[in-house]
Ligand binder design. Structure first.
Ligand code: BES
Length: 465
């Protein structure tokens, strides 16, 4: 306990410095999906490996087919101590529309708010640089105060999470031994609310598809050809509109195969959370859920699958006006999956659904953007119980177990490829605006997140995993 107390004291004392380090990291525009930022992704990996080396890890930047990975090891309390693998991602989402940011997305600022809270703004502040640095800072303080760590620790940071982790699987297969541990710790999820820490026991899966429909062999004058020429924007939008019925259910054949009703005990746990649907929608400027009829918002976002159009393009979208029938139109469509839905089957069903609806002269092309099944983790593992207690010691309210509507594809692969369970602990808040303009991370998340990891590492070291 004396050790833990001094580590917590060290974290408090050095908070300002940890904020400066986070700012340095946030200044690197590591946007993985845009090849223009490839050098920045590498710079970000170098920065992290350098920092981990400096605090006593053996760190390396490892090349992959895409952006590099960072792997770092610390022997901690020796070969008999529990071995944890910490996973995070250093890549970030694009910043568009950049004009909606109040500050430069890559010039982080700490802002005091009228209610007395403070926050750090910038792309990646919450997703996931601020979160991953909570763990790194906990390790830094532990090593500084005690000379070691209570667990053997491997840190694994990837740079392609926000673009579907295309290089991850071959990399994991090629580095199995180096990445294997007793359990994976992932810091890329949310708290329940500002006072209540959470362990996520479910994540939705994801299928990403880009669909392009081509009709005429060139853009056409919409008066000369209009009325006769097939318009790919019309074809595409009709097909996309057909994806949902009037009750908000997805119409793809077989879509709900492997989607059971929520088990009663889980329904009870969720009921106990007293979720405020109006407040949840209100933080996005909305008033009414438009999802599947007859389902609560928690169900709609945690345990029901979705089909969403994430982007659509075609024709003339510049300033002014142009009377044109475009030659092609395309859309990016994603499906969030739950329980046992099979990503390959969903993709196939979508492709068939589109192909069957094409009129004469319309041709389609599909482009795959990743796929991962949903994750369900046990509610009662020893590691989860130990972590729950540790988190409850740090925050005003006891830790709760929640679902999570987002996806972290690596978690399933840890189980499948490395036989390793995961513990999903994160300090993000629902209003952090991840993937949106003005992303921020609360200073309490950053400060108490660091302290939380110190406590969790201490608990896992003492109690095992
Ligand atoms: N941190 C998120 C997952 C998340 C979302 C946690 C919402 C808590 C609340 C993660 O980095 C993420 O955004 N994942 C992507 C994965 C995809 C691009 C393969 C997602 O869910 O869209």
């Amino acid at each position: 306990m004396a050790d833990l107390d001094s580590v917590l004291g060290c974290l408090d004392l050095n908070l300002d410095r940890s904020v400066e380090r986070l700012k340095d990291l946030l200044r690197i525009p590591s946007i993985s999906t845009d090849p223009a930022y490839a050098a920045d992704c590498r710079r970000c990996a170098d920065w992290l490996a350098g920092d981990l080396d400096a605090i006593g890890f053996k760190a390396r930047v490892a090349d992959s087919a895409g952006h590099p990975m960072v792997i770092a090891h610390h022997d901690g309390a020796g070969p008999n101590a529990p071995h944890v693998l910490f996973y995070g991602h250093y890549d970030v989402q694009p910043v568009d529309p950049v004009e909606l940011w109040d500050t430069d997305p890559f010039e982080p600022t700490v802002r005091q708010m009228p209610d007395g809270t403070s926050r750090i703004t910038g792309r990646g502040s919450a997703d996931d640089k601020g979160q991953l640095m909570t763990f790194v800072e906990a390790c830094r303080a532990y090593i500084a105060e005690t000379g070691s760590l209570p667990c053997r620790v491997t840190i694994f940071l990837e740079g392609e999470e926000e673009s579907g982790s295309p290089s991850l699987l071959p990399f994991m297969d090629a580095n199995k031994a180096e990445l294997s541990a007793d359990i994976a710790l992932v810091c890329d999820t949310n708290m329940w609310d500002r006072e209540t820490p959470a362990i996520s026991t479910g994540l939705r899966g994801l299928v990403g598809e880009e669909v392009t429909i081509r009709c005429a062999d060139k853009d056409l004058h919409s008066g000369y050809f209009g009325g006769a020429a097939t318009n790919p924007i019309h074809v595409l939008s009709r097909i996309l509109a057909d994806l949902h019925d009037a009750d908000g259910r997805v119409t793809l054949p077989g879509f709900y195969d492997g989607v059971p009703e929520l088990p009663e005990e889980v329904r009870e746990i969720w009921k106990g959370l007293n979720f405020d649907e109006a407040a949840f929608l209100g933080q996005a400027g909305l008033t009414t859920s438009s999802g599947e009829k007859g389902r609560s918002v928690l169900e709609q976002t945690w345990s029901r699958p979705t089909a969403e159009v994430n982007g659509i393009s075609g024709g003339y979208t510049g300033k002014g006006f142009k009377t044109v029938i475009a030659a092609e139109a395309s859309a990016k469509v994603s499906f969030r999956l739950v329980f046992d839905q099979d990503p390959a089957k969903i993709r196939e069903s979508f492709r068939r659904f589109v192909s069957e609806r094409l009129p004469t002269d319309a041709k389609v092309e599909f482009h795959e953007h990743g796929g991962s099944p949903a994750i369900q983790l046990p509610f009662d593992s020893p590691a989860l119980t130990a972590a729950r207690e540790a988190l409850s010691d740090e925050w005003p309210k006891a830790a709760v177990m929640i679902g999570m509507g987002g996806s972290i594809p690596v978690v399933g692969e840890f189980k499948r490829r490395l036989g390793m369970g995961s513990l999903l602990i994160g300090f993000g808040l629902g209003d952090d605006r991840i993937h949106s303009p003005n992303e921020k991370y609360e200073m309490t998340s950053f400060a108490k997140g660091q302290r939380s990891w110190a406590r969790v590492l201490d608990a896992l070291g003492r109690k095992g995993v």
